[in-house]
Design a protein around this ligand. Structure first.
Ligand code: DAH
Length: 343
Protein backbone atom coordinates (compact mmCIF):
# COMPACT_ATOMS: atom_id res chain seq x y z
CA UNK A 1 0.00 0.00 0.00
CA UNK A 2 2.75 2.41 0.92
CA UNK A 3 4.48 1.61 -2.38
CA UNK A 4 1.37 2.59 -4.20
CA UNK A 5 1.07 5.78 -2.17
CA UNK A 6 4.64 6.64 -3.01
CA UNK A 7 4.10 5.86 -6.67
CA UNK A 8 1.07 8.14 -6.78
CA UNK A 9 2.93 10.92 -4.99
CA UNK A 10 5.80 10.60 -7.48
CA UNK A 11 3.37 10.60 -10.36
CA UNK A 12 1.76 13.78 -9.01
CA UNK A 13 5.02 15.62 -8.51
CA UNK A 14 6.31 14.45 -11.92
CA UNK A 15 3.16 15.79 -13.45
CA UNK A 16 3.33 19.07 -11.54
CA UNK A 17 6.88 19.48 -12.77
CA UNK A 18 6.00 18.59 -16.39
CA UNK A 19 2.95 20.77 -16.58
CA UNK A 20 4.99 23.91 -15.97
CA UNK A 21 7.05 23.12 -19.08
CA UNK A 22 4.26 22.81 -21.66
CA UNK A 23 3.74 25.66 -24.08
CA UNK A 24 1.24 24.47 -26.66
CA UNK A 25 -2.18 22.90 -26.48
CA UNK A 26 -0.77 19.95 -28.41
CA UNK A 27 1.84 19.40 -25.71
CA UNK A 28 -0.90 19.49 -23.06
CA UNK A 29 -2.80 16.79 -24.90
CA UNK A 30 0.36 14.68 -25.02
CA UNK A 31 0.85 15.18 -21.31
CA UNK A 32 -2.68 13.97 -20.66
CA UNK A 33 -2.02 10.83 -22.65
CA UNK A 34 1.30 10.28 -20.93
CA UNK A 35 -0.19 10.43 -17.42
CA UNK A 36 -3.81 9.40 -17.73
CA UNK A 37 -4.02 7.55 -21.05
CA UNK A 38 -4.79 3.83 -21.37
CA UNK A 39 -1.10 3.03 -21.60
CA UNK A 40 -0.15 5.91 -19.32
CA UNK A 41 1.60 6.04 -15.98
CA UNK A 42 -1.58 6.11 -13.90
CA UNK A 43 -2.80 2.92 -15.51
CA UNK A 44 0.41 1.11 -14.79
CA UNK A 45 0.33 2.18 -11.11
CA UNK A 46 -3.26 1.09 -10.74
CA UNK A 47 -2.36 -2.31 -12.05
CA UNK A 48 -0.52 -2.77 -8.75
CA UNK A 49 -3.84 -2.52 -6.88
CA UNK A 50 -4.45 -6.16 -7.67
CA UNK A 51 -2.04 -7.10 -4.89
CA UNK A 52 -3.85 -5.11 -2.16
CA UNK A 53 -6.22 -6.41 0.46
CA UNK A 54 -9.96 -5.82 0.29
CA UNK A 55 -9.76 -3.05 2.97
CA UNK A 56 -6.85 -1.27 1.36
CA UNK A 57 -8.33 -1.21 -2.12
CA UNK A 58 -11.04 1.48 -1.60
CA UNK A 59 -8.51 3.70 0.12
CA UNK A 60 -6.05 3.28 -2.71
CA UNK A 61 -8.83 3.95 -5.19
CA UNK A 62 -9.70 7.16 -3.37
CA UNK A 63 -6.08 8.29 -3.41
CA UNK A 64 -5.73 7.50 -7.10
CA UNK A 65 -8.91 9.41 -7.87
CA UNK A 66 -7.65 12.44 -6.01
CA UNK A 67 -4.47 12.43 -8.04
CA UNK A 68 -6.42 11.88 -11.27
CA UNK A 69 -8.76 14.75 -10.45
CA UNK A 70 -5.81 16.96 -9.60
CA UNK A 71 -4.18 16.17 -12.94
CA UNK A 72 -7.40 16.64 -14.90
CA UNK A 73 -8.08 19.98 -13.19
CA UNK A 74 -4.56 21.17 -13.92
CA UNK A 75 -4.73 20.11 -17.50
CA UNK A 76 -7.99 21.90 -18.04
CA UNK A 77 -6.71 25.09 -16.43
CA UNK A 78 -3.44 25.04 -18.39
CA UNK A 79 -5.26 24.24 -21.59
CA UNK A 80 -7.60 27.22 -21.16
CA UNK A 81 -4.68 29.59 -20.57
CA UNK A 82 -2.70 28.24 -23.51
CA UNK A 83 -5.66 28.32 -25.89
CA UNK A 84 -6.33 31.91 -24.93
CA UNK A 85 -2.69 32.76 -25.61
CA UNK A 86 -2.73 30.92 -28.93
CA UNK A 87 -5.87 32.77 -29.96
CA UNK A 88 -4.27 36.11 -29.17
CA UNK A 89 -1.21 35.21 -31.21
CA UNK A 90 -3.41 34.19 -34.12
CA UNK A 91 -5.45 37.37 -33.88
CA UNK A 92 -2.27 39.40 -33.98
CA UNK A 93 -0.93 37.50 -36.96
CA UNK A 94 -4.16 37.72 -38.88
CA UNK A 95 -4.65 41.38 -38.19
CA UNK A 96 -5.61 43.15 -41.41
CA UNK A 97 -3.95 46.42 -42.19
CA UNK A 98 -6.52 48.15 -44.32
CA UNK A 99 -4.02 50.84 -45.24
CA UNK A 100 -1.77 48.43 -47.22
CA UNK A 101 -2.40 48.88 -50.94
CA UNK A 102 -4.28 45.87 -52.38
CA UNK A 103 -3.00 43.53 -55.07
CA UNK A 104 -4.31 44.86 -58.33
CA UNK A 105 -6.19 42.46 -60.58
CA UNK A 106 -5.29 43.00 -64.20
CA UNK A 107 -8.16 44.88 -65.74
CA UNK A 108 -9.63 43.96 -69.09
CA UNK A 109 -11.49 46.15 -71.52
CA UNK A 110 -14.80 45.80 -73.25
CA UNK A 111 -14.45 44.21 -76.65
CA UNK A 112 -14.65 46.74 -79.51
CA UNK A 113 -17.65 44.85 -80.96
CA UNK A 114 -19.45 45.02 -77.61
CA UNK A 115 -18.68 48.73 -77.46
CA UNK A 116 -20.12 49.38 -80.90
CA UNK A 117 -23.21 47.24 -80.19
CA UNK A 118 -23.81 49.13 -76.94
CA UNK A 119 -23.33 52.46 -78.67
CA UNK A 120 -25.71 51.68 -81.53
CA UNK A 121 -28.35 50.17 -79.24
CA UNK A 122 -27.88 53.18 -76.93
CA UNK A 123 -28.86 55.56 -79.72
CA UNK A 124 -32.05 53.61 -80.45
CA UNK A 125 -32.89 53.17 -76.77
CA UNK A 126 -32.76 56.96 -76.64
CA UNK A 127 -35.33 57.01 -79.44
CA UNK A 128 -37.68 54.82 -77.39
CA UNK A 129 -36.79 51.43 -78.88
CA UNK A 130 -36.46 48.33 -76.68
CA UNK A 131 -33.99 45.48 -77.10
CA UNK A 132 -35.27 42.13 -78.34
CA UNK A 133 -33.29 38.93 -78.71
CA UNK A 134 -33.82 35.63 -80.48
CA UNK A 135 -32.12 32.24 -80.72
CA UNK A 136 -29.02 31.67 -82.86
CA UNK A 137 -30.32 28.22 -83.82
CA UNK A 138 -33.37 29.27 -85.76
CA UNK A 139 -36.19 27.69 -87.71
CA UNK A 140 -35.75 27.86 -91.48
CA UNK A 141 -39.33 29.11 -91.41
CA UNK A 142 -38.40 32.25 -89.44
CA UNK A 143 -34.96 32.80 -90.97
CA UNK A 144 -36.22 32.48 -94.56
CA UNK A 145 -39.79 31.42 -95.29
CA UNK A 146 -41.75 34.04 -93.37
CA UNK A 147 -39.35 36.72 -94.58
CA UNK A 148 -40.44 35.82 -98.09
CA UNK A 149 -37.30 33.90 -98.97
CA UNK A 150 -38.72 30.54 -100.07
CA UNK A 151 -36.60 27.55 -101.06
CA UNK A 152 -34.83 28.20 -104.33
CA UNK A 153 -34.93 31.97 -103.87
CA UNK A 154 -31.66 33.59 -105.04
CA UNK A 155 -31.32 35.41 -101.69
CA UNK A 156 -30.55 32.02 -100.14
CA UNK A 157 -27.46 31.77 -102.34
CA UNK A 158 -26.03 35.01 -100.94
CA UNK A 159 -26.53 33.75 -97.39
CA UNK A 160 -24.64 30.46 -97.45
CA UNK A 161 -26.28 28.64 -94.66
CA UNK A 162 -25.20 26.22 -91.94
CA UNK A 163 -28.04 23.72 -91.73
CA UNK A 164 -28.60 21.86 -88.48
CA UNK A 165 -31.52 19.84 -89.79
CA UNK A 166 -33.63 20.36 -92.87
CA UNK A 167 -35.83 22.69 -90.87
CA UNK A 168 -33.27 24.33 -88.61
CA UNK A 169 -30.36 26.63 -89.39
CA UNK A 170 -27.79 28.77 -87.66
CA UNK A 171 -29.49 32.08 -88.35
CA UNK A 172 -27.91 33.93 -91.28
CA UNK A 173 -29.36 37.29 -90.23
CA UNK A 174 -31.06 38.91 -87.24
CA UNK A 175 -34.22 39.48 -89.32
CA UNK A 176 -35.98 36.35 -87.90
CA UNK A 177 -36.19 38.21 -84.57
CA UNK A 178 -38.58 40.61 -86.36
CA UNK A 179 -40.82 37.66 -87.15
CA UNK A 180 -40.71 36.35 -83.57
CA UNK A 181 -41.58 39.76 -82.15
CA UNK A 182 -44.36 40.46 -84.64
CA UNK A 183 -45.96 37.06 -83.98
CA UNK A 184 -45.96 37.71 -80.25
CA UNK A 185 -46.58 41.43 -79.96
CA UNK A 186 -49.30 43.78 -81.09
CA UNK A 187 -48.14 47.02 -82.67
CA UNK A 188 -46.88 49.57 -81.83
CA UNK A 189 -43.51 47.78 -82.03
CA UNK A 190 -40.15 49.54 -81.75
CA UNK A 191 -37.24 47.19 -81.28
CA UNK A 192 -33.55 46.69 -81.96
CA UNK A 193 -32.15 43.15 -81.98
CA UNK A 194 -28.39 42.76 -81.62
CA UNK A 195 -26.84 39.34 -82.06
CA UNK A 196 -24.54 36.83 -83.74
CA UNK A 197 -25.28 35.50 -87.20
CA UNK A 198 -23.64 32.71 -89.19
CA UNK A 199 -22.79 32.13 -92.83
CA UNK A 200 -20.57 29.46 -94.26
CA UNK A 201 -18.04 31.89 -95.66
CA UNK A 202 -14.30 31.31 -95.56
CA UNK A 203 -12.47 33.54 -93.09
CA UNK A 204 -10.52 36.33 -94.76
CA UNK A 205 -9.80 40.02 -94.12
CA UNK A 206 -13.44 41.05 -94.68
CA UNK A 207 -15.45 37.84 -94.12
CA UNK A 208 -16.07 35.71 -91.10
CA UNK A 209 -18.42 32.73 -90.71
CA UNK A 210 -19.64 34.35 -87.47
CA UNK A 211 -20.40 38.03 -87.30
CA UNK A 212 -22.86 40.43 -85.68
CA UNK A 213 -25.84 42.37 -86.86
CA UNK A 214 -28.31 44.73 -85.29
CA UNK A 215 -31.81 44.54 -86.62
CA UNK A 216 -34.28 47.38 -86.19
CA UNK A 217 -38.06 47.24 -86.57
CA UNK A 218 -40.85 49.77 -86.16
CA UNK A 219 -44.48 48.86 -86.81
CA UNK A 220 -47.36 51.20 -86.10
CA UNK A 221 -50.21 53.02 -87.79
CA UNK A 222 -49.01 55.50 -90.38
CA UNK A 223 -45.29 54.71 -90.33
CA UNK A 224 -43.64 56.09 -93.48
CA UNK A 225 -40.32 56.06 -95.31
CA UNK A 226 -39.86 59.56 -93.87
CA UNK A 227 -39.76 58.02 -90.37
CA UNK A 228 -37.11 55.57 -91.56
CA UNK A 229 -34.95 58.31 -93.04
CA UNK A 230 -35.36 60.53 -89.97
CA UNK A 231 -34.43 57.73 -87.56
CA UNK A 232 -31.39 56.66 -89.59
CA UNK A 233 -30.25 60.25 -90.00
CA UNK A 234 -30.37 60.74 -86.24
CA UNK A 235 -28.58 57.43 -85.67
CA UNK A 236 -25.81 58.32 -88.14
CA UNK A 237 -25.23 61.74 -86.57
CA UNK A 238 -25.15 60.43 -83.02
CA UNK A 239 -22.72 57.68 -83.90
CA UNK A 240 -20.49 59.33 -86.48
CA UNK A 241 -20.82 63.04 -85.74
CA UNK A 242 -23.23 65.93 -86.31
CA UNK A 243 -22.07 66.63 -89.85
CA UNK A 244 -22.79 63.13 -91.12
CA UNK A 245 -25.21 62.89 -94.04
CA UNK A 246 -27.02 59.75 -95.19
CA UNK A 247 -27.84 58.62 -98.70
CA UNK A 248 -30.34 55.97 -99.76
CA UNK A 249 -29.71 53.82 -102.80
CA UNK A 250 -32.49 51.62 -104.20
CA UNK A 251 -31.87 47.96 -103.52
CA UNK A 252 -33.79 44.74 -103.16
CA UNK A 253 -34.53 42.73 -100.04
CA UNK A 254 -37.33 40.15 -100.16
CA UNK A 255 -38.80 41.30 -96.84
CA UNK A 256 -38.99 45.05 -97.54
CA UNK A 257 -40.65 47.09 -100.27
CA UNK A 258 -39.30 49.53 -101.20
CA UNK A 259 -35.80 48.55 -100.08
CA UNK A 260 -32.61 50.53 -99.96
CA UNK A 261 -28.99 50.44 -98.97
CA UNK A 262 -27.92 53.30 -96.77
CA UNK A 263 -24.59 55.08 -97.08
CA UNK A 264 -23.17 57.72 -94.77
CA UNK A 265 -20.62 60.39 -95.59
CA UNK A 266 -17.13 58.97 -94.99
CA UNK A 267 -16.11 59.24 -91.32
CA UNK A 268 -12.56 59.82 -92.42
CA UNK A 269 -12.81 62.53 -95.09
CA UNK A 270 -16.32 63.81 -94.51
CA UNK A 271 -17.31 63.19 -98.12
CA UNK A 272 -14.36 64.57 -100.09
CA UNK A 273 -13.08 61.14 -101.05
CA UNK A 274 -10.14 59.29 -99.49
CA UNK A 275 -8.64 55.82 -99.14
CA UNK A 276 -11.15 54.78 -96.47
CA UNK A 277 -14.12 55.36 -98.79
CA UNK A 278 -12.14 54.36 -101.90
CA UNK A 279 -12.60 57.88 -103.25
CA UNK A 280 -16.40 57.63 -103.06
CA UNK A 281 -17.02 60.01 -100.16
CA UNK A 282 -19.72 57.56 -99.00
CA UNK A 283 -19.62 54.34 -97.01
CA UNK A 284 -22.34 51.73 -96.94
CA UNK A 285 -23.49 50.94 -93.40
CA UNK A 286 -26.82 49.17 -93.56
CA UNK A 287 -29.78 47.77 -95.47
CA UNK A 288 -33.30 48.99 -94.84
CA UNK A 289 -36.81 49.39 -96.20
CA UNK A 290 -40.53 49.41 -95.52
CA UNK A 291 -41.68 46.06 -94.13
CA UNK A 292 -43.27 44.09 -96.97
CA UNK A 293 -47.07 43.79 -96.50
CA UNK A 294 -46.68 40.03 -97.03
CA UNK A 295 -44.35 39.82 -94.02
CA UNK A 296 -46.80 41.72 -91.84
CA UNK A 297 -49.58 39.39 -92.99
CA UNK A 298 -47.41 36.31 -92.28
CA UNK A 299 -47.22 37.50 -88.68
CA UNK A 300 -50.91 38.24 -88.28
CA UNK A 301 -50.62 42.02 -88.63
CA UNK A 302 -53.08 43.73 -91.00
CA UNK A 303 -51.07 45.66 -93.65
CA UNK A 304 -54.10 47.82 -94.39
CA UNK A 305 -53.99 49.16 -90.84
CA UNK A 306 -50.30 49.04 -90.00
CA UNK A 307 -47.04 49.78 -91.75
CA UNK A 308 -43.46 49.58 -90.65
CA UNK A 309 -39.82 50.05 -91.46
CA UNK A 310 -36.85 47.81 -90.79
CA UNK A 311 -33.10 47.96 -91.07
CA UNK A 312 -30.10 45.72 -90.55
CA UNK A 313 -26.69 47.04 -89.49
CA UNK A 314 -23.45 45.08 -89.84
CA UNK A 315 -21.60 45.52 -86.55
CA UNK A 316 -18.14 44.42 -87.69
CA UNK A 317 -18.16 46.71 -90.66
CA UNK A 318 -19.26 49.65 -88.53
CA UNK A 319 -16.59 48.89 -85.92
CA UNK A 320 -13.89 48.51 -88.57
CA UNK A 321 -14.84 51.90 -89.93
CA UNK A 322 -14.99 53.64 -86.59
CA UNK A 323 -11.68 52.32 -85.35
CA UNK A 324 -9.81 52.04 -88.63
CA UNK A 325 -9.43 48.26 -88.40
CA UNK A 326 -8.51 46.71 -91.73
CA UNK A 327 -8.83 43.01 -90.92
CA UNK A 328 -11.98 41.45 -89.45
CA UNK A 329 -9.96 38.58 -87.97
CA UNK A 330 -8.56 40.95 -85.35
CA UNK A 331 -11.93 40.86 -83.57
CA UNK A 332 -11.83 37.13 -82.92
CA UNK A 333 -8.20 36.34 -82.21
CA UNK A 334 -8.09 37.53 -78.59
CA UNK A 335 -4.74 39.19 -79.09
CA UNK A 336 -4.37 41.43 -76.05
CA UNK A 337 -2.18 43.88 -77.96
CA UNK A 338 -5.18 44.52 -80.20
CA UNK A 339 -7.84 44.48 -77.48
CA UNK A 340 -5.92 46.78 -75.11
CA UNK A 341 -6.23 49.60 -77.62
CA UNK A 342 -9.93 49.85 -76.80
CA UNK A 343 -9.61 50.59 -73.09
N1 DAH B 1 -31.07 40.88 -93.20
C1 DAH B 1 -30.31 41.69 -94.13
C2 DAH B 1 -28.96 41.02 -94.38
O1 DAH B 1 -28.53 40.26 -93.58
C3 DAH B 1 -30.12 43.09 -93.61
C4 DAH B 1 -31.39 43.85 -93.64
C5 DAH B 1 -31.74 44.59 -94.74
C6 DAH B 1 -32.27 43.81 -92.57
C7 DAH B 1 -32.89 45.30 -94.79
C8 DAH B 1 -33.47 44.53 -92.62
C9 DAH B 1 -33.74 45.27 -93.75
O2 DAH B 1 -34.36 44.52 -91.65
O3 DAH B 1 -34.92 45.99 -93.77
O4 DAH B 1 -28.37 41.28 -95.38
Amino acid sequence: MSDLKQDLARLKSNFDEAVTQVLTSQAVEQLKVQFLGKKGEMTSILRGMGGLSAEERPLAGQLANQVREHIEGQIEAVLTTIKEKEKNVRLKMEKIDVTIPGTRLPQGARHPLTKVIDEICGVFLGLGFSIAEGPEIELDKYNFEMLRIPEGHPARDTQDTFYITEKMVLRTQTSPVQIRVMIEQEPPIKIVCPGKVYRSDALDATHSPIFHQIEGLVVDKGVTMGDLVGSLQLFARQLFGEKTEIRLRPHHFPFTEPSCEVDITCWNCGGAGCRTCKGEGWIEVLGAGMVHPGVLKNCGIDPDVYSGFAFGIGVERTAMGRYGIDDIRNFYENDLRFLRQFR
